[in-house]
Design a protein around this ligand. Structure first.
Ligand code: 6PG
Length: 240
């Protein structure tokens, strides 16, 4: 298992540790812009809710923070299961009510075309933001599924190199079609954080800790020049 592991008592403590670290990263950011890619899922959502809650909503200077998506479900952006909708409602709408929009720097994945075309479109969004260079995100926030998937990178699927954004078909976690940042891009980030909580993650974490950790997508996240951090709760860390 790659990276540093912090085991916290329970899910709220995991989210609190993450938001504290986020505030510190944004404060210390030497560049004018701070780019963070957000994943879907209930565990990352707990962090986004905290980001939009006092004191963190006003503690963090959102003015230079640019929000990208680590993955998206290929659904209308106002669909109940859309990551864009979840992030907008959980994070941006509360910040907007306080005049701390952040929305102005939100770069959602378009889902209006066929999934392959949407992947190409998001690569264009990234190319423009990173001035044509391969993206080097400051932070990628990931969840992990019970099967060891992360973002929308699933076991048994091809994760070809040489791409920045991948279309996903036949996802075992509904909906079947998704979009995801590739391992190439995730592994170029300066910081990658996994947030994994709950007993249903303990088996995958136990496998990842095993001597012959399988080629689970979560185990292929190993930032080349960046730092990998696992923030897990005791229920997930308990031997599976
Ligand atoms: C998605 C997520 C996915 C999620 C994990 C963990 O769009 O579904 O990106 O990778 O982060 O499945 O989800 P939970 O935290 O809800 O278990």
């Amino acid at each position: 298992m790659h990276g540093e592991v912090l085991v916290l008592a329970e899910p709220d403590a995991v989210a609190l540790e993450a938001v504290r670290r986020l505030a510190s990263l944004v404060d210390q950011n030497p560049r004018g812009r701070f780019s963070v890619a957000l994943s879907g899922g209930s565990t990352p959502q707990r962090l986004y809710r905290l980001m939009a809650t006092p004191p963190w909503n006003e503690r963090i200077n959102w003015s230079g923070v640019h929000f990208f998506l680590a993955d998206e479900r290929h659904l209308p952006l106002d669909h109940a299961d859309s990551n864009c909708r979840m992030i907008r409602e959980t994070l941006f709408d509360p910040l907007h009510e306080l005049g701390l929009s952040g929305m102005g720097h939100f770069h959602p994945m378009s889902t209006a075309e066929a999934v392959e075309a949407c992947a190409q479109s998001y690569e264009t969004v990234l190319r423009e933001f990173f001035s044509g260079q391969p993206p080097c995100l400051d932070l990628v926030i990931l969840g992990m599924g019970p099967d060891g998937h992360t973002a929308s990178l699933f076991p048994g699927h091809e994760h070809p190199h040489g791409h920045w954004v991948l279309p996903v078909h036949a996802s075992p976690k509904p909906p079947p079609e998704r979009l995801t940042l590739s391992l190439d891009i995730i592994n170029r980030a300066r910081h990658v954080w996994f947030l994994a909580t709950g007993a249903d993650k303990s088996q995958a974490l136990a496998e990842l800790r095993g001597a012959k950790a399988p080629l689970l997508p979560a185990n292929q996240v190993c930032p080349r020049g960046g730092q990998l951090l696992w923030l897990v709760d005791e229920a997930a860390w308990r031997a599976g």
